[in-house]
Design a protein around this ligand. Structure first.
Ligand SMILES: Nc1ncnc2c1ncn2[C@@H]1O[C@H](COP(=O)(O)OP(=O)(O)OP(=O)(O)O)[C@@H](O)[C@H]1O
Ligand SMILES: [Mg+2]
Length: 407
């Protein structure tokens, strides 16, 4: 894989930071003022979503100002003594040879609140007494336990990076790597990253490194595979769960959203369960989840969502009577549509919209309940198939597709 592109193309100056350039420069100004003894807040708190340049800003600033970066992480904050020993020590002693001074850096302080609230007063002490500037970063700085700390800090807000800026940045990198990208491919990466430059860059490297061209198809393939892997993992954990709690926990860390997950579960119940009783109990639970879910969405009463999850996970998992066995899970049919090639999509779209017009049903139902049977009819009984094709006024491509003659 070689060196990660987030390292290889890491900006070296504050001016080069994409999207959050202004805020990075403002931080640089604060640091200059702080070092020259001006009357500014003793610490800075850089906050915002992941992968937008917070840590990066601090790393660049330390270099630009020739400061020794003394970095501490959340686990160093377990006890007050620890932070006094490490950071207090660093704060009181002169810096290593060659540096003008030190920059005390507490990256990702969100961890402290959840791990150990006792750590926060220690950080407050450190900020108050350190000779050197202290910089903190956080994704969410609004936790009430940070109140006193926030009062001591100059706040710098980092934003998600706009999709167009990410696209432009990725294009530059493609150029340096000798890759010719389709606009649509870069857009797909940028949109998927939701403002996170690190995620975008990692995805680009994963799919494009070593390639001459980058197409949208390649990008969609990557997302298809990672989603699929994640969903497979959730299903395996869910169906193998022996208790309600482990079944519910199966969803943790899932890359697929709940709506999609329901489709995965729905699709795979018949693969996992063969026994009629099991099948019936599992579908019963899933349909209850579906009913409650519709109610939750209608009433916007999200307190009830936990029951939806209970039915969809614990309900489905505990339908099991026989020991869990490994089976090959299948991709939900209506999602599969999205990963098909463009030609295939066009043909399928034609068939689906004709079914819909004729039968007055939703696209989802047409995809799940009609299309597979139509394919079956075409392979088992071409004559009936052709009568239906005539009735639906299907094109030659659509007929070829349904008869399995085209991809
Ligand atoms: N605004 C940006 N401009 C250019 N590159 C960026 C930017 N943001 C992130 N990157 C790239 O992503 C890498 C990781 O970014 P960084 O560590 O600054 O994220 P962060 O904001 O600290 O996120 P987290 O909240 O997850 O710690 C950087 O080393 C850089 O390669
Ligand atoms: Mg960071």
């Amino acid at each position: 894989m070689g060196i990660p592109w987030v390292q290889k193309y890491k900006p070296k100056k504050l001016e080069e930071i994409v999207g959050n350039r202004e805020v990075a420069l403002a931080f640089g100004k604060w640091l200059r003022d702080r070092l020259s003894g001006r009357n500014v807040k003793p610490a800075a708190l850089l906050h915002g979503p992941p992968g937008v340049g917070k840590t990066l800003t601090v790393e660049i600033a330390a270099q630009q100002f020739n400061l020794e970066l003394v970095e501490l992480n959340a686990s160093d904050f377990r006890t007050k003594e620890a932070i006094e020993r490490i950071a207090g020590g660093a704060a009181m002693q002169a810096s290593l040879f060659g540096y003008t001074g030190k920059l005390i850096f507490l990256d990702e302080i969100d961890g402290i609140t959840s791990e150990d609230r006792g750590g926060i007063p220690a950080v407050v002490e450190l900020v108050k007494y350190s000779r050197f500037p202290v910089v903190l970063t956080a994704n969410d700085p609004w936790d009430p336990s940070f109140r006193e700390l926030r009062g001591l800090c100059e706040m710098f807000k980092y934003d998600r990076i706009r999709s167009t800026s990410i696209v432009a940045y990725l294009r530059q990198i493609c150029k340096m790597e000798g890759i010719t990208p389709e606009d649509e491919a870069l857009k797909a990466i940028a949109e998927h990253a939701e403002g996170d430059v690190r995620a975008a860059l990692n995805d680009l490297q994963m799919v494009a490194q070593g390639a001459k061209k980058l197409t949208k198809e390649m990008v969609m393939g990557l997302y298809y595979r990672t989603q699929q892997q994640s969903a497979f993992e959730v299903l395996r954990r869910l169906f193998s769960a022996k208790t309600a709690i482990t079944a519910k926990m199966a969803m943790e860390g899932s890359l697929v959203d709940f709506d999609t997950l329901i489709k995965w579960i729905n699709e795979n119940i018949p693969y996992q369960y063969e026994d009629v009783e099991e099948l019936s109990a599992a579908y019963d639970a899933l349909s209850k989840a579906d009913i409650y879910y519709a109610r939750v969405k209608r009433s916007q009463n999200w307190d009830l969502f936990k029951y939806v999850i209970d039915f969809a996970t614990a309900g489905v998992a505990l339908a099991k009577r026989k020991p869990f066995k490994f089976v090959k899970y299948q991709f939900p049919k209506d999602i599969l549509m999205l990963s098909a090639t463009k030609e295939e999509r066009t043909v399928k779209n034609e068939i689906l919209s004709k079914i819909r017009e004729r039968c007055h049903i939703s696209r989802r139902r047409a995809t799940i309940e009609y299309l597979p049977y139509l394919q079956l009819i075409f392979s088992e009984n071409p004559e009936v198939g052709h009568r239906i094709a005539k009735e639906l006024k299907l094109s030659k491509e659509a007929i070829d597709y349904l008869s399995g003659r085209a991809a």
